[in-house]
Design a protein around this ligand. Structure first.
Ligand SMILES: C[S@@+](CC[C@H](N)C(=O)[O-])C[C@H]1O[C@@H](n2cnc3c(N)ncnc32)[C@H](O)[C@@H]1O
Length: 482
């Protein structure tokens, strides 16, 4: 049953006996219903004759520039669609060869034209890379010629940047966007964006779109992406200016904070933030005909992406400035110790640098200190019945941790009751959750990252439910239920 949950054909260890008589997942009734629904939809939605043609995107020539082009292109070496297609193709061919003799003339699905960097198929890593990138550039070059200038080209994309690419804050200088080292460190994003930019496109807008299902099973892990990105692209003007690395970095610093705020305000999942920031970041990069390194060589896409990541990290650090001193202390302490205990002297020194002291921290209820040691309280150690209306000094750190604790124990409704009691003080918790998520991802603390991600994901639900709570209930009765 779950043969295709991943884009591969694994051996599935399962019982062979599906009960096809019960109206459960696999049953005659469901099969008939689903088929009937599909036919109904097709017949009712399509009133005029439609025409679909299959073409090789890398070699197709558009007759005139009149096309509206929208594409979900292949992801470098991620999925061998033509290999997977064989599974169905042999049966389609069996049944439909007479109707579509041309389309189904080969015994298996044609493989070589596919834009995928498959090492085994093209004779090694370098040849596979060459095949993919040449085809990709040819396809986007043809799109540029074929597209109706009144409309943008739209490209759908989702790819979690690899850890090593994220960590690469010391970009090297290369002479071409597809430089050689990229063979070992190519991310889907890098290849896609380099392809777009070198074919003369400029990104003019980006939207993260929440996917109804987790996007891309292959990318799935504990912290899988939940959205994909739509890039709107237009041909870059012939007279686009050139910028220096410094100018590009300055523009990033100037424009990225507002773009990130919009993304956060729209409740984008923290797990998707790094990916979503690529859009506005590379929109700046692609405005220029070239961004030149100090050596005079054009900046590579890998470098540009590293600079965007760096600028995003800076924006998140700047946001920390909005938090109270205790929260800023907790953030810095957590980055080094998480919920482990540490030396009192160091804790107090750090507290001093944040304009607070360990004593004050203990009073807020976020740390425990004793025997020369200091420790941030883990969520399990926090009081389950915390009532912020009786807490004279609430800080963003404790609000965030308590909201997560309540969410985990009592769901959105429980968190909504707490949110209501916080009376407007909760909103900074979402901002902190973004920062904490990014920190935990970098540290490889996936369980913790998941907790902060889940708070943002639940945010709209918590808000909506808190507004529905009757005033009295949120206060008196709600407190009983804490
Ligand atoms: C990311 S998938 C798009 C999936 C699609 N959005 C869907 O929901 O089915 C990329 C697609 O590009 C196709 N593709 C690969 N090489 C191609 C080529 N040279 N010309 C046209 N399409 C190609 C693959 O077969 C695959 O279906």
């Amino acid at each position: 049953m779950h043969l295709f949950t991943r884009q591969a054909i694994p051996m599935v260890w399962d019982y062979t006996e599906a009960n096809i008589l019960e109206p459960k997942a696999i049953s005659w009734l469901n099969a008939i219903d689903i088929t009937a629904e599909s036919i109904e939809t097709v017949l009712s939605d399509i009133s005029t004759a439609q025409n679909a043609k299959q073409q090789n995107a890398a070699t197709h020539e558009f007759a005139q520039p009149t096309y509206l082009i929208s594409t979900d292109p292949p992801y470098y070496d991620n999925i061998g669609y033509s290999d997977l297609s064989d599974f169905f193709y042999v049966w389609l061919r069996h049944g439909l060869q007479e109707q579509y003799p041309d389309l189904l003339r080969t015994v298996l699905v044609p493989k070589m034209e596919e834009l995928v960097a498959a090492e085994a198929r093209y004779g090694g890593k370098a040849a596979a890379k060459e095949h993919f990138e040449t085809g990709f550039r040819a396809a986007f070059g043809a799109f540029r010629k074929g597209m109706d200038p009144r409309f943008p080209l739209t490209v759908y994309y989702a790819f979690k940047q690899s850890e090593d690419a994220d960590a690469d804050n010391s970009p090297k200088i290369g002479d071409d966007l597809f430089a050689e080292e990229a063979v070992t460190l190519t991310t889907g994003w890098e290849t896609l964006l380099a392809g777009l930019v070198t074919s003369g496109f400029q990104i003019t807008a980006t939207w993260p779109v929440k996917a109804s299902q987790k996007w891309r099973m292959v990318a799935m892990g504990t912290n899988a992406l939940t959205s994909y990105i739509v890039l709107a692209c237009r041909p870059r003007p012939e007279d686009a200016p050139t910028a220096t690395r410094r100018e590009f970095a300055q523009r990033l610093r100037r424009e990225l904070p507002a773009a990130i705020e919009i993304l956060q305000a729209s409740n984008l999942a923290p797990v998707d933030l790094a990916q979503a920031a690529i859009g506005p970041g590379i929109a700046i990069f692609s405005r220029y005909a070239q961004v030149l390194e100090q050596s005079g060589k054009p900046m590579r896409m890998k470098t540009a992406l590293a600079l965007v990541n760096q600028a995003l990290a800076e924006v998140l650090v700047e946001q920390e400035g909005d938090f109270d001193a205790e929260t800023r202390w907790a953030l810095a302490w957590y980055a080094d110790h998480q919920f482990e205990s540490g030396d009192f002297g160091k804790a107090n020194q750090l507290a001093g640098s944040k304009n607070t002291a360990v004593n004050a921290l203990t009073q807020t209820g976020i740390v425990r200190s004793g025997g020369g040691r200091v420790k941030l309280l883990a969520r399990e150690e926090l009081a389950a019945d915390w009532d912020p209306t009786h807490d004279s000094r609430t800080v963003v750190w404790e609000i965030t941790q308590h909201l997560i604790k309540r969410l985990q124990a009592k769901g959105e409704e429980g968190a909504a009751r707490l949110y209501r009691l916080l009376d407007g003080r909760a909103s900074a918790a979402r901002e902190l959750a973004y920062g904490l998520f990014t920190l935990c991802e970098r540290k490889g603390w996936s369980q913790e990252a998941l907790a902060y991600n889940s708070l943002v994901l639940a945010w709209n639900g918590i808000l909506a439910q808190s507004q529905q709570l009757p005033k009295a209930e949120a206060g008196e009765q709600g407190r009983l239920d804490l």
